[in-house]
Design a protein around this ligand. Structure first.
Ligand code: VAH
Length: 310
């Protein structure tokens, strides 16, 4: 059986639906600190669960005979800057709980999301390589870099089969993102349809690595189904699909809504975005487990506007 922790989040919601589609509703237990939307709550078993509570997770793992855990609960970059210690506690103790359950052989396989936030201001910005300088300057990035080090340690020391992906900014329509710096790339579509205009909290030329959620879900399923010998990176894999600026994004929306207007009012999230790469080299994921993205900006904008206006 599969357990998703943080099932109500931006990735968790769609990952739960995709895993239920694949393995059957009753084989996927969704859990989160609070209840989620209808599609999630009505499609299979759900448990209220605090990701930092080891005993509570262990109870669920034993009760449902869980063999695989997707740990999708975390505090994202913007919110983590406001509550550093709460972010560190949630992001790290939830990971230790799952790694230790795996070390005790109570679960067999773990997925843990990392992020391009592990890179910092002096990381090469273009086509950022898998192995390079990593001096993250955000609480969230520090927690993800530390998490990667621990995943690799538990793999090497205790043979824990934990697999991880450095997600770019993710764009989806089924749920709103919560507290990220890339959230403008989701909000912009909602505002384009509801108000015909959007005030962006990043500068117009801020290029960031981005991905449509369908690609992110596909990559997650793919790495978890890969033969264990093909998962050669046990910190976390770079993953890429597209990179664009808010200006380019606005242009792709204006192709559908010619009157759409964008303005810019950079806030504290500009500093976070400036510390991240603008594009990522994901050749290792392509080589090791045949990764291939399918959505570019035009296709993403078409999908988003169609689904949000239907
Ligand atoms: C955030 N969406 O903005 C997340 C992600 C690369 C960005 O980690 O914090």
């Amino acid at each position: 059986y599969i357990l998703i922790i943080g099932a109500c989040g931006q990735i968790g919601t769609e990952l739960t639906l995709a895993l239920r589609e694949k393995h059957g509703n009753d084989h996927v237990i969704a859990s989160d600190i609070r209840e989620g939307g209808e599609s999630l709550m009505n499609s299979g078993p759900f448990e209220i669960l605090d990701a930092t509570d080891y005993a509570a997770i262990e109870d669920i793992v034993m009760h449902y005979e869980i063999s695989e855990v997707y740990l999708m609960a975390a505090m994202l970059s913007a919110t983590a800057e406001k509550f550093p210690m709460r972010a560190w506690n949630l992001n790290m103790n939830s990971l230790f709980n799952i790694l230790n359950l795996a070390k005790e052989k109570k679960i067999e396989k773990v997925f843990w999301p990392s992020s391009i936030a592990v890179f910092g201001p002096n990381t090469p910005k273009e086509n950022t390589p898998q192995n390079t300088i990593m001096e993250p300057s955000t609480v969230y990035g520090i927690s993800k870099q530390s998490g990667e080090r621990w995943c690799e340690y538990y793999f090497n020391k205790f043979n824990v089969d934990v697999r991880s992906i450095r997600y770019p900014g993710l764009i989806s329509w089924k749920t709103m993102p919560g507290g990220g710096t890339t959230d403008y790339a989701v909000e912009i579509y909602h505002k384009a349809l509801s108000e015909g205009s959007y005030t962006c909290f990043l500068k117009e030329d801020t290029a960031l690595p981005m991905m449509f959620m369908d690609d992110a879900i596909q990559a997650t399923l793919q790495i978890m189904e890969a033969d264990i010998g093909n998962v050669k990176v046990r910190s976390s894999y770079n993953l890429a699909a597209m990179s664009f600026t808010p200006k380019q994004m606005a242009k792709s929306i204006q192709a559908h809504i010619p009157t759409f207007k964008i303005s810019y009012q950079p806030d504290f999230r500009q500093v976070i975005a400036d510390s991240w790469p603008s594009s990522i080299d994901d050749s290792l994921a392509k080589k090791d487990w045949e990764w291939q993205s399918r959505f570019d900006l035009e296709k993403t904008t078409k999908e988003m506007l169609e689904n949000l206006s239907s």
